[in-house]
Design a protein around this ligand. Structure first.
Ligand code: C5P
Length: 216
């Protein structure tokens, strides 16, 4: 890996993407939201009515799939799907698709290629452990499930989706469980990652904490 990179991992709603986006701007890094890639592929399967347990068909679809991130927007087969991938149906199904080894292999390859060509700040679940094990800096962000769910609930409400806080708590808890328990590259803090609990902290406070630890 020729470039500087920052890996940010952690469960849903820990503040990873908001924080990574701001640090990218401040430090002139390319921000890569790897969760958006898993979401985009899940969206494609759902739009095509592919049964999510039909691995043969999923493999065929994957062969014919192009995913790009340009200026923070996610493109699926050259169409900007940045809003669509945030729909509740994607939240519900993405972890199942992200547990498929050949899907991960495809996306990890793509993520590493981007990191070879750019100075990146990349967020996800397995960036420090698998995608960029040699990243210059690694952070693992977490927060209580109540606080993470409240943040996601607020975002969903602002986008006009109807749901209850309880639905969001259940959805996040289910995703955390699937992401941490899957066999391939589970959600896990890398041994050399710095743990930051964002519960009760403002975004600015966490950003300053991270900035005080990086020299780039
Ligand atoms: O980060 P976000 O919540 O958008 O990620 C959506 C889902 O994509 C996660 O719940 C997880 O199942 C999967 N994911 C993953 N590995 C990554 C990033 C996301 O498995 N590096």
């Amino acid at each position: 890996m020729a470039n500087l990179s920052i890996a940010i991992d952690g469960p849903a709603g820990a503040g990873k993407s908001t924080i990574a986006k701001k640090i990218a701007l401040l430090k002139n890094l390319v921000y890569i939201d790897t969760g958006a890639m898993y979401r985009a592929f899940t969206l494609k399967l759902i739009n095509k009515n592919i049964p999510l347990d039909n691995y043969d068909l999923i493999k065929e679809v994957l062969k014919d799939t192009e995913i790009d991130i340009v200026d923070g927007k996610i493109y699926l087969d050259n169409v900007n799907v940045s809003s669509e991938i945030r729909k509740p149906i994607i939240n519900k199904n993405v972890s199942q698709i992200a547990s498929i080894p050949f899907v991960r292999e495809f996306l990890v390859k793509l993520q590493r290629k981007i990191a070879e060509n750019n100075n990146v700040i990349m967020d996800g679940r397995d960036i420090g452990t698998k995608v960029l094990p040699d990243a210059k800096y690694k952070f693992f962000l977490t927060a209580s499930i109540e606080e993470r769910a409240k943040r996601r609930y607020k975002e969903l409400k602002e986008k006009g989706y109807k749901c209850s806080l309880k639905d969001v708590i259940d959805e996040i808890a289910n995703r955390d469980k699937m992401d941490s328990e899957r066999k391939v590259d589970p959600l896990k803090k890398a041994d050399d990652a710095i743990l930051i609990d964002t519960t009760g902290k403002t975004i600015e406070k966490v950003i300053n904490e991270i900035l005080s630890m990086i020299d780039m």
